[in-house]
Design a protein around this ligand. Structure first.
Ligand SMILES: Nc1ncnc2c1ncn2[C@@H]1O[C@H](COP(=O)(O)OP(=O)(O)OP(=O)(O)O)[C@@H](O)[C@H]1O
Length: 984
């Protein structure tokens, strides 16, 4: 006799009270043999109601789903709870439409599903909302309710707000789909043991032990010399993780490098040390991608039935790699005649085979394939892609030396710097001011090429593979890299638009921004203006986090920060460092330079590197090792040791004192080279002792001009300008003020043609000078004022041409508005006759050349003050040489040549020509001057202004226009050139 389940029809043994097929409570009345029954409609009257535990009100985590680590995991569970629906599976047959369900009572036991860690089912996928949906058991049936998610909830492809669901139904949260199965539904049953929530999402990996080691057959491959081939085995033990050392060479320690264990039970917040390789236990959960079933953990199986396998970020690919740096459709694998070919699909960050960027290449088993910085290995034997561990970064400096040439002398800034940083390590760079910390950071991120030595990332020479790793490196300079006029969200939005692949939708950007804001705990600042220390917006600590947020948008695996705590109060500084610690524990490699850290901050660091006059004087554990290392006379455990350990500054003191005494720092460097820390943290950690393979093209892709980038830059720049209210006000009132002054001076002279011949040319000339002023003054601060932003974006993917063009575009629009206002307010009042369109065109051209000159100045100088101070130097020649004060024809040859190079000369002549073309200077008989007294000859009429100011140097109007346009283009390319030269 067996019990047939009314939901799924599964034949259960007759003593079962729960259906083994779907987890439904089996009422006694269903104990009849299946053959004797037609499948009944579930009737609430016919089912006995089990006593369900009341659930909490929506919004608070259900009390009965609270984590209880002491509770044991049910032994029978051998399924993946969230099994990904096979591709095309939903298309193969029509799925039944769900039926509308009644409102869920707040007493109903429910499971909340969403992105947020507070959920009972955590699904960290981009399209899933924080609290996306919930499943409740109501009257012994399952109800699915959407919780106002952004991307909606579907059941078998039908969008629902609340619906009955059955085991086997396909539930869609945005584009993420999974099959509702017993592992999920069981959790809703009364008296069920509700296990830790995240364990549900990662159960795929909980079933079998996870092996960590260097070999490709390990579940987690950590490719470092400190790691044995099979180093450690980790098994879910119900109330924690059982860790077993697999006779590794360097052992397994828990929480402290000295606390070696053979076997131990650890929890999520513990840290394992495999040799000196740090491995936070919670990373196991990252590794267990809920999209993958247990057998696939760490692997992405290649579909066997397809000859063309697509790879990308989009859910419609055969292999989905959900990382912001990956394009929606990034590449494809093609099986042809027993060979495997890889083809890049015009991805934003490129496809690489063994470090070389490819368009199409044949793949062999030994090849390493990278999509951007995301490296994978093709395991042909298993027919799968073996993922590298979440794109982890192992960073090494090998004998780095940096020298700067100044004239004939060479200054050696760094020498013999060698160290290795493992993933999840949080490393501090310390040393006296000027010791070379920033320089080292710049050479580590590939911005500065070392004179000797190199930087390796995951064993590959960074200088040869820069394009591959560009996206994996985040760098936060000392100066802010944000526009303070924007809100936090806007700053992040534009940066995401600039840095993420072009096919990233606004919806994805929004999700990414919210995720980053939540990670950095600043989501409440989303709509606040950033501001500056002087014009308060968000707090200093929050501003530092926003700078960091810009970098995190692209999920870099290596983060380098130059003094992220400078200018912060000690509590703020500590909070920023705590946050960085958390990010490191999440899998990032983090380096930062820091001055005078507090004792608590110092304890957060794993390792520290001390520099003194460019020499490496220590690299090893931060606390307490570094303090005892620099104070060798102090014995641990003594009262003196307590004092020393209470202040990290005690590391630097001996260095500073020796430096003051004129002692060479080489003494400190030599002592370090003899120390055990050098042996363990420099020598033992060295990778690829046999030598680094010289792969990689060595070329760096130059950012190319793209209309999309130009457009985004224009949008951001316009937003910055519009939000700068004071700046905008000053800019808008300039034209009316100048117009009023011109009217006051010239309006008395408006007396027909005689006035147009005598005075109006001066008014026109002043209009030209005003337009040049508009351009120059608007532009002079615009590049120098955002040098830090420009430099950082240039390191990523900023095209100089797109950048300069965006400045021209937005400033051009503002100048057009100013010129139009000025002309409108003077044209009729001062009795201009010329075609107003020509006049506006000339004024605008003059202003655009002014913009070019202003930007040129801005690109050359180093401070905004210098730029503004130099603006008059650009304007004065325009006034003197423009032809109005001294006719051009009467200048000597050299001056004439200079005059021809001024914008005012051409614009002024253009104005006179325009007036002339409209007969402004035609005199009728009545206009001619009369004799002063009878009998005297009439005085000669004033000459035509074109003859008067330009004489034989006169040119036609179209030449004036052409020269002005040429000058504008010349300045544009001049700015581009200066920026490129300065970069070198
Ligand atoms: N481009 C350069 N040309 C010549 N010398 C340079 C250049 N850049 C840096 N230096 C010099 O290199 C030395 C190290 O500078 P760096 O900025 O790396 O020091 P630092 O340790 O970061 O200092 P601080 O803690 O004050 O920021 C300084 O003496 C600096 O003047």
């Amino acid at each position: 006799m067996s019990l047939s389940c009314p939901n799924c029809g599964f034949q259960n043994p007759d003593n079962e009270t729960l259906c083994q097929g779907c987890g439904l409570v089996l009422p006694p009345m269903l104990s009849a043999p299946r053959a004797e029954m037609t499948r009944p409609e579930i009737s609430t009257q016919s089912l006995s109601m089990p006593a369900l535990k009341p659930g909490p009100a929506l919004g608070a985590p259900p009390a009965d789903l609270e984590r209880d680590p002491s509770q044991k995991r049910p032994a029978q569970n051998t399924h993946s709870e969230l099994k990904k629906v096979p591709k095309n599976g939903t298309d193969a047959f029509a799925m039944p439409a769900p039926r509308e369900a009644p409102e869920i009572s707040i007493d109903a036991p429910c499971l909340r599903i969403g992105y947020d860690a507070e959920n009972d089912l955590v699904i960290p996928r981009p399209m899933v909302s924080g609290f996306h949906a919930r499943i409740a058991l109501v009257e012994k049936r399952y109800v699915l309710e959407d919780l106002g998610s952004t991307n909606g909830t579907t059941v078998n492809g039908h969008r629902v707000s609340r619906a009955w669901v059955n085991p086997g139904d396909e539930i869609g949260l945005g584009s993420y789909k999974f099959t509702l199965n017993q592992d999920v539904t069981q959790r809703l049953l009364p008296d069920n043991d509700h296990r830790p929530t995240q364990a549900i999402a990662v159960s795929g990996g909980l079933i079998r032990p996870i092996t960590i080691g260097r070999e490709p057959d390990c579940d987690i491959i950590l490719d470092a010399p400190q790691i044995s081939r099979h180093h450690v085995r980790i098994t879910w033990a119900g109330n924690g993780w059982r860790v077993e050392d697999l006779d590794s060479a360097n052992g397994v320690a828990v929480n402290d490098r000295t606390n070696l264990v053979k076997s131990a039970l650890v929890q999520d917040d513990d840290v394992l040390f495999l040799g000196s390789y740090r491995f936070p236990v919670n990373r196991i959960r990252d590794f267990m991608d809920p999209n993958l079933s247990s057998s696939d953990a760490g692997q992405m199986p290649l579909p066997t039935d397809k000859d063309v396998i697509t790879i990308g970020r989009g859910q419609d690919n055969d292999i989905v790699i959900d990382a912001p740096q990956i394009s929606r459709h990034h590449a494809r694998l093609i099986r042809a005649h027993g060979e495997l070919w890889l083809e890049d699909l015009d991805s934003a960050n490129g496809t690489f085979v063994d470090g070389k960027k490819i368009k199409r290449a044949k793949i062999d088993p030994e090849n390493t394939v990278s999509f951007g910085s995301y490296a994978v290995r093709l395991d042909m034997a298993r027919g799968a892609i073996q993922r590298s561990y979440k794109g982890d970064i192992l960073l090494q400096a090998e004998n780095v030396r940096v020298e700067f040439k100044s004239g004939k002398s060479v200054a050696r800034i760094l020498d013999g710097i060698s160290f290795t940083v493992y993933p999840t390590e949080f490393m501090g760079l310390l040393g006296p001011s000027g010791s070379g910390k920033t320089t080292l950071l710049m050479s580590l991120i590939g911005y500065l090429k070392p004179t000797y030595g190199r930087t390796l990332i995951n064993g590959d020479d960074l200088s040869l593979n820069y394009d591959r790793f560009r996206g994996a490196i985040g760098y936060v300079p000392q100066d802010d890299i944000i526009h303070h006029q924007l809100t936090v969200y806007e700053a992040l939005y534009y940066t995401a638009k600039l840095r993420l692949p072009p096919d990233t939708s606004d919806e994805e950007i929004e999700r990414r921004i919210m995720q980053v804001l939540m990670d950095l705990e600043i989501e409440q600042t989303r709509n606040l203006r950033i501001g500056t220390p002087e014009q308060k917006g968000i707090s200093g600590g929050q501003r530092k986090r926003v700078n960091l947020a810009l970098e995190l948008l692209t999920e870099p695996s290596l983060l380098c920060l130059d003094e992220p705590t400078s200018g912060l109060a000690s509590e703020d500084a500590l909070n920023v460092l705590r946050l960085l610690r958390k990010l490191a524990d999440g899998g990032r490699t983090i380096l930062l330079t820091v001055h005078q850290p507090s004792p608590q901050a110092y304890r957060l660091l794993d390792n520290v590197l001390y520099l003194a006059e460019g020499e490496q004087v220590y690299y090893g554990p931060a606390f307490p090792d570094s303090l005892f290392y620099f104070n060798p006379e102090v014995r641990p455990g003594t009262p003196e040791a307590e004092t020393i350990l209470g202040d990290p500054g005690n590391c630097m003191r001996p260095i500073v004192e020796a430096s003051r005494a004129g002692e060479p720092m080489e003494t400190f460097a030599a002592r370090f080279r003899q120390s055990r820390y050098h042996a363990e943290y420099v020598e033992d950690r060295k990778k690829n002792r046999a030598g680094v393979a010289v792969t990689g093209s060595g070329t760096r892709k130059k950012p190319k001009f793209s209309v999309r980038q130009w457009f985004t830059l224009c949008r951001r720049y316009l937003a910055v300008k519009v939000k700068d209210r004071l700046g905008m006000f000053i800019l808008l009132v300039q034209a009316p003020i100048i117009a009023i002054l011109l009217n006051m001076v010239f309006v008395a002279e408006v007396e027909g043609v005689m006035s147009r011949l005598q005075f109006t040319p001066y008014a026109l000339f002043l209009l030209v000078i005003s337009a040049i002023w508009f351009g120059c003054s608007n532009a002079a601060r615009e590049i120098v004022g955002e040098q830090a932003i420009y430099r950082r974006e240039r390191m990523v993917n900023l095209s100089v041409l797109a950048y300069v063009l965006s400045k021209f575009t937005v400033l051009g629009l503002l100048c057009l508005f100013q010129c139009a206002t000025l002309l409108l307010l003077t044209y009729f009042a001062l009795d201009f006759w010329g075609n107003p369109i020509y006049h506006l065109g000339l004024l605008w051209c003059a202003a655009m050349v002014g913009v070019g000159m202003g930007l040129f100045l801005s690109a050359i100088v180093r401070t905004t003050e210098a730029a503004m101070a130099l603006v008059p130097l650009l304007l004065i020649p325009q006034v003197i040489l423009g032809g109005a004060i001294m006719p051009v024809a009467e200048m000597n040859l050299a001056t004439k040549v200079l005059a021809h190079s001024t914008v005012s000369r051409w614009a002024f002549e253009g104005f006179l020509q325009t007036e002339h073309l409209s007969d402004a200077y035609e005199m009728s008989a009545s206009d001619y001057p009369k004799p002063i007294a009878p009998g005297l000859p009439a005085p000669p009429p004033p000459p035509n202004p074109i003859d008067r100011f330009f004489g034989d140097t006169e040119t036609r109007l179209r030449i004036d226009f052409a020269v002005l346009a040429g000058l504008a283009l010349l300045t544009l390319f001049g700015v581009v050139l200066v920026l490129k030269i300065r970069e070198r």
